[in-house]
Design a protein around this ligand. Structure first.
Ligand SMILES: Cc1cc2c(cc1C)N(C[C@H](O)[C@H](O)[C@H](O)COP(=O)(O)O)c1[nH]c(=O)[nH]c(=O)c1N2
Length: 223
């Protein structure tokens, strides 16, 4: 197409890709400075403008600033992390234990993202054949927040090594609301250039060409 009036300008487009390619999962580099309310509001508004199945908007955001609460969450992480280590084979167990996989106390802010599966239910456009679509919608909100945060120079770290039931108890989340994520959020000293798990030699980024199939699934599975 010669000219596409709907495309962003070159610099706008570059900015979008910059946010995508330089976004990182942050664990260690958080600074203690608080995130100002208007900035937090922009991040949450970005999340709230994510796509959602049937426009269900199933998310809520529990904003956690209190250090004692975060200490409880950190303890819940420590328990789940110790359990997790046992699941890895002995060869990689010590490497796993040595990885920094959360910044719960370092980041000044936590955001727990949830999914209300019965919001506007029970029949939701787009969720009839695949009931998990509402969960994916909340994940779309998280990705929006993550990218907006990168543009603001703010780091986000997703901590999933916590039993969600424990998070529910700590944050008084009702039984019928699903916990999707606990995010550590804050300004950072710097963003790593590559995923930390890649730098640590845990896994490498797969070659995109190995993941693209033309017309039908071809070959085996990328492993
Ligand atoms: C659903 C989900 C759950 C988690 C993560 C991500 C996602 C999408 N990631 C972050 C993950 O390790 C990271 O995204 C990859 O290693 C790639 O690195 P970058 O995000 O590109 O820096 C993550 N990181 C971490 O330190 N502790 C964790 O518990 C989790 N959990």
């Amino acid at each position: 197409m010669a000219h596409n009036q709907w495309a962003f300008t070159d610099s706008e487009r570059e900015a979008v890709y910059k946010a995508i390619f330089s976004r990182r999962d942050v664990r260690r580099e958080f600074l203690p400075e608080p995130v100002p309310e208007p900035v937090l509001r922009r991040l949450l508004a970005a999340a709230h403008h994510a796509p959602s199945v049937g426009f269900m908007q199933p998310w809520d955001f529990v904003v956690v600033r209190d250090r004692d609460t975060r200490a409880e969450i950190k303890a819940a992480f420590a328990q789940a992390h110790a359990e997790a280590a046992e699941q890895f084979d002995p060869a990689s167990r010590e490497t796993y234990r040595g990885l920094k996989l959360e910044g719960i106390l370092e980041a000044p802010l936590g955001i727990c993202v949830t999914c209300d599966r019965s919001r506007h239910g029970p029949v939701v456009i787009g969720r009839t054949a695949n009931p998990e679509m509402d969960l994916y919608s909340s994940v779309c909100a998280i990705q929006n927040l993550w990218l907006a945060a990168r543009a603001e120079g703010i780091g986000v770290g997703w901590v999933s090594i916590i039993h969600h039931q424990r998070l529910r108890e700590i944050l008084a989340i009702p039984e019928d609301i699903d916990v999707i994520a606990y995010l550590c959020v804050g300004y950072v000293r710097f963003f790593h250039e590559r995923p930390e798990l890649e730098s640590a030699g845990w896994l490498e980024r797969a070659a995109l060409d190995d993941l693209i199939h033309e017309e039908r699934w071809q070959g085996g599975q990328a492993r």
